[in-house]
Design a protein around this ligand. Structure first.
Ligand code: CA
Length: 429
């Protein structure tokens, strides 16, 4: 997960086991700030740990000279352990999640990317069988088309996570993979930066995923997912292809449920044939029969409903499951699937989300943050990400305006603050 795009990895983070005592101690040390005896001991603990891991790294192919070269002078970053242990008190509704990931900006940027990279995307499709809009949609969601790839030096981040906190053995495997990438010279040490959890580059691959699936598509001898978008886009297509992507198969279609539908049949992995679903009374969202969807009657599809029976519903194919495999979250899969449709000129879902307070685009979030700052709140950087500081400010404004106090930034709060106008804002807060 990198600093400015918190959706990344939030899903697998949720499945991590509980914290150990080691993390609790390190977290306290991190909060203490500034060097102290305990902190020094922890850095020496880190040095001891790195020394202990060296022979293990060597057995996985990291030469001793490489190990000492790439790990010397590396200090543990204890702030990363706070991120590992962070438990959001606020669960993002699916409509907020999607309104930030699939907004006008990202659609326009994606269309520009499709045009700019048309040639290479065509060659990628010929090689891996994955269409340009899907590849570009993954790129847009993973790193905002290469703009946000993370700032954490990977050796430091993965070294820290290898020695402290939960899941050390998992991160050790990624740590050794990162060192092997540097040893091979595919990516320069000062360019191997990414999320605090170790995902890096345009496609936000973890190092071990990189080793399995990254490709050198421009033929310069290096698999460079950080500074070469050709390699990155092709690697994304290779990931999807190796995951079982079927060329030409849509990810799915939006559908309409009949009255009295048995929602017990729902579930992405609860596959039935399109014909079975038609027999259960489902139609396309516009009421046409499923047989006009472009999918064959024998196609096995699951019914995805992320907001219950009164929200949008979709029949999803195995290609949706392949997208899901990129980050193991259905909301994430739907963001990429929907963005790909929008890049092809498709429209919004026919069925609105079941809420009277829809979510905000990133432009609207920046506007909301600007309105909060104008009212004297410290919300940090105006970045279109409604983090903890923005939510504290929103709670205060909701309380002042007599709205439900939940810290959520939706259309209602934006409109309420807009309506007050500049002249009526409360001063001296
Ligand atoms: Ca290359």
């Amino acid at each position: 997960m990198h600093s400015s795009d918190p959706h990344l990895f939030q899903h697998w983070m949720g499945s991590l086991p509980h914290a150990t005592g080691v993390v609790a101690v390190a977290t306290l040390l991190g909060l203490a700030g500034g060097p102290c005896l305990a902190q020094t001991q922890s850095q020496s603990e880190f040095a001891n740990c790195l020394a202990r891991l060296q022979p293990v790294a060597q057995r996985s192919g990291v030469r001793p000279d490489s190990y000492s070269r790439f790990t010397k002078d590396v200090q543990a970053d204890f702030a990363i352990l706070d991120k590992l242990n962070y438990q959001p008190e606020f669960k993002l509704p699916i409509w907020d999640y999607l309104s930030g990931l699939v907004d006008d900006e990202r659609i326009a940027d994606g269309k520009a990317g499709l045009a700019r990279h048309a040639d290479v995307l065509q060659r990628i499709q010929a090689t891996y069988g994955v269409d340009p809009a899907t590849v570009v949609a993954v790129w847009g969601v993973e790193s905002n088309y290469g703009r946000i790839t993370g700032k954490y030096p990977l050796v430091q981040a993965l070294g820290t996570l290898s020695c402290f906190g939960r899941r050390q053995s998992y991160f050790q495997g990624e740590f050794y993979a990162a060192l092997r990438i540097l040893q091979r010279g595919d990516i320069a040490p000062d360019r191997l930066n990414g999320s605090w959890a170790g995902a890096f580059g345009h496609t936000q691959f973890m190092p071990a995923t990189y080793e399995r699936l990254a490709v050198d598509f421009d033929g310069d001898g290096r698999r460079d997912l950080v500074d070469n978008s050709d390699d990155a886009l092709a690697s994304t297509a290779n990931f999807l292809s190796k995951g079982g992507w079927r060329s030409g198969l849509p990810w799915g279609v939006e559908v309409r449920l009949p009255n009295g539908f048995d929602t017990g049949l729902a579930g992405r992995t609860n596959k039935r044939t399109l014909g079975d679903w038609a027999a259960s009374g489902l139609t396309l969202a516009d009421g046409r029969p499923l047989s006009t969807s472009g999918l064959t009657a024998s196609e096995r599809v699951g019914l995805l409903m992320l907001a219950g029976p009164h929200g949008p519903a979709f029949l999803t194919t195995r290609n949706f499951d392949v997208i899901y495999g990129y980050n193991a979250a259905e909301s994430y899969g739907l963001a990429i699937a929907h963005l790909s449709d929008r890049l092809r000129g498709g429209s919004m879902f026919a069925m609105p989300w079941p809420t009277d307070d829809p979510g905000l685009s990133r432009a609207e979030r920046r506007e909301l943050q600007t309105l909060l700052v104008a009212r004297g709140h410290d919300i940090g950087e105006i970045d279109g990400i409604l983090g903890d500081k923005s939510r504290v400010a929103l709670r205060q404004e909701q309380s002042r305006l007599g709205q439900p106090v939940n810290g959520r930034g939706g259309q209602k709060m934006l409109q309420a603050l807009r309506a007050e106008g500049e002249g009526q804002r409360p001063d001296n807060r």
